[in-house]
Design a binder for this molecule. Structure first.
Ligand SMILES: [Mg+2]
Length: 250
């Protein structure tokens, strides 16, 4: 390959499977906002079903408070996620900022009091650690672009001895904004993400046309997410191709 690309990886759902932690922290954050809230210790199945829709951390807290309602309807949430989110926000009279702060406060407490237990609620998807180490050996630069707080992703990567060029968390702006700032005439940008609407947004952003977009098929996908990718100039990436040479990804 003439010019090695800069690989930009989404974190949750691409590198990391943190489903147990998402529920663990979202449940606690929801209970901080409403101590009377009764929620099971184990994630309800609906939480995992809705995970592919979730864009930002604070949304998980709203999904948790919604799940505590006797009239919760998974069907309504799947039919119109954004509307259900807005309705739950109104009922809770909270703000995005307050929800995000509650979530990060739960995570900060966990990292202070029992970091080993917090780390243990996560696992890298199979093959990810090995492939990232190989990229390092091949001299291919990679970085992380996540809607999570950057420090949490960094902590998990450090614990595994993995060294990205940089980790951009939600503090750095939207993913299209960060990708725009990473443009560089010489070095192709390859973006690996498991959330289809995010890839669609990148595709629709002027200036990001040259970015190669990959949908990580092992991630948190909703039914139909991998349909019609070709017409949107999004490349499907399965685990076997991810494990192989970069030229084979195209
Ligand atoms: Mg993701």
């Amino acid at each position: 390959m003439s010019s090695a690309p800069l690989l930009v990886f989404d974190f949750d759902g691409v590198l990391m499977d943190g489903m147990p932690e998402y529920w663990w922290s979202a449940r606690r954050a929801a209970q901080r906002l409403d101590p009377a809230l009764v929620l099971p210790e184990q994630a309800p199945a609906a939480f995992a079903v809705l995970r592919p829709q979730i864009h930002k951390g604070w949304e998980m807290v709203l999904v948790a408070t919604a799940l505590a309602r006797p009239d919760f309807s998974l069907e309504a949430w799947l039919r119109n996620y954004d509307q259900s989110l807005a309705l739950e926000m109104t009922q809770l009279t909270a703000s995005e900022e307050a929800l995000q702060a509650a979530l990060e406060s739960v995570r900060n407490t966990a990292l202070r009091e029992d970091p080993a237990a917090w780390l243990a609620r996560h696992r890298f998807f199979p093959g990810v650690e090995r492939r990232l180490r190989q990229l390092g050996e091949e001299g291919v630069p990679w970085l992380v672009l996540t809607t999570k707080g950057g420090a949490y992703a960094m902590r998990l990567l450090e614990a595994a001895g993995l060294e990205p060029e940089v980790v951009y968390g939600h503090e750095r702006g939207s993913k299209p904004e960060v990708l725009l700032s990473l443009r560089n005439g010489e070095r192709p940008l390859w973006f690996v993400e498991d959330r289809r609407p995010t890839l669609e947004r990148v595709r629709a952003t002027p200036g990001l046309e040259p970015v190669r977009c990959f949908l990580a098929l092992w991630g948190y996908l909703a039914p139909g997410d991998s349909d019609g990718l070709q017409s949107r100039a999004i490349l499907p990436l399965d685990a076997a191709r991810f494990a192989g040479p970069l030229a084979g990804w195209l």
